[in-house]
Design a protein. Sequence first.
Length: 237
Amino acid sequence: MADGKISENIEEYLEVLYRNGSNREQVSTTKLSDELGIAPGSVTQMLKKLENLGYIKYTPYKGASLTDDGMKIAQKITRKHRILEKFLRDILKVKEENIHSQACEMEHALSDEAERAICTMLHNPDLCPDNNVIPACDFDFNSCKECYSQTDFDKIINRKFNLLSVSELTSDIEGTISFIRGNDELLDEILNLNIRVGAHLKYEVNDNDGENHYLITVDDKKLDIPVEMANNIFIGI
């Protein structure tokens, strides 16, 4: 348990909810039961507990969706899991079939400081080995360049709202660009399109089911961006 306050069991539930409903879609009790390998009755009891804690909205016989508080926890633990998978494969050369289980064991104990160090070592990765988007960190930076410039971890503050990458958005979501991830080269490519922190972004349509390009509107200008950019441009939600 990374912060000493939230149980691993709760983190696992929120992680599954995020994996299946990052845009706050309702996830069925059956889906949760299947993925967690837990009886539906036990899942229902936990969902009621999570609702009382303020982490989810629960509708009997239908399912649950994340609240802002639940989303923050879910994104943090999902990020740690996926960045650990990347670290285990690319740096430690752990066998492919062991990566997921080992990341599951490690994610709950990984401190935010260690997570940041791994992210820096890996040069701010956007995808885990399964090609799922790694959520942005919740540090209050506009870009990775700002993160590099702050050498004292104790002076870093956390962002007060959640983020989603363009590649995670659905057609009815829009917001303000609040973080852009990547190295100097990628940041320059994005800025050359006049995509910047503070601009208003609206997701328009997904070309080829999101495999290659994303059509967005940024401050009333339509842009067709590649998936690499879409994975690294985040709006506040």
